[in-house]
Design a protein around this ligand. Structure first.
Ligand SMILES: C[S@@+](CC[C@H](N)C(=O)[O-])C[C@H]1O[C@@H](n2cnc3c(N)ncnc32)[C@H](O)[C@@H]1O
Length: 219
């Protein structure tokens, strides 16, 4: 098991892992594999279940460390959120999800993982969770809606710190079914740039996710 370029993300053969939180030893969140190594426990991170794992395996290096606070939009049942919670073990993950059913599962996950704050909310209305969320170092968004760039821009403007970073996972067909994926990614990138965000890297997530890209930004 060796550390990758990203603090808190490890690699063994062709698989990546995060180190399970001390309070969660022996506990799985989905059907991931638990591997013990030198008195630590690691959770396998499936790139077919998590676009962030796919982006990392495709070579993206993100600035996310153990003390970082994260705003996670489109948290679903907590699959990727749980790995982010492993990485930012001394930070907080504000996990916003608008499906009450998914949030029920997310609440279960957060009961053992004290650094996750589940929020039942609509990311289109970033003002509605301002009583809970403070400014963050990293914003991650995985919401397949046509207005996904606008949602991301609104949240970065309200919550991202001046030297912060973020990542938006773009589903090309949600932007416009008539466009080629690359054209859809370009539309998103120009909207982000218009609002002063700098595009660090765009990575296509194939073969893990077809017609999806990860766009990594800084402010
Ligand atoms: C592709 S899934 C996210 C998967 C998750 N990121 C993971 O890797 O484990 C997209 C999620 O976004 C949620 N969603 C869609 N629109 C939303 C909105 N406006 N605000 C918050 N969540 C939203 C959906 O309910 C769904 O759970």
């Amino acid at each position: 098991m060796k550390l990758t370029k990203i603090e808190g993300v490890y690699q063994q053969n062709d698989k990546i892992f995060t180190e399970n939180l001390e309070s969660c030893k022996g506990i799985k969140v989905y059907n991931e594999q638990l591997v013990s190594y030198k008195n630590k426990e690691f959770r396998s991170w499936n790139p077919y279940r998590s676009k962030l794992a796919a982006a990392i395996l495709k070579g993206i290096t993100i600035k996310i460390e153990k003390d970082v606070n994260v705003l996670y939009l489109g948290a679903a049942t907590g699959t990727t959120v749980s790995h982010v919670s492993d990485i930012v073990k001394n930070g907080i993950v504000y996990a916003v999800e608008n499906s009450p059913i998914a949030v029920t599962n997310l609440i279960n996950v957060s009961q053992k993982r004290k650094n996750i704050i589940p929020i039942l909310g609509d990311a289109n209305h970033s003002d509605r969770y301002s009583a809970i969320v403070s400014s963050v170092d990293f914003i991650y968004q995985d919401i397949s809606q046509r207005n996904q760039p606008e949602i991301f821009i609104e949240n970065t403007e309200r919550y991202l710190k001046k030297d912060g970073n973020g990542m938006i996972m773009v589903k090309a067909r949600s932007i416009d079914v008539s466009l080629k994926p690359k054209q859809a990614y370009e539309i998103v990138c120009s909207k982000l740039k218009e609002h002063g965000l700098e595009i660090i890297k765009t990575i296509d997530l194939a073969p893990y996710e077809k017609d999806h890209a990860a766009i990594y930004i800084s402010i």
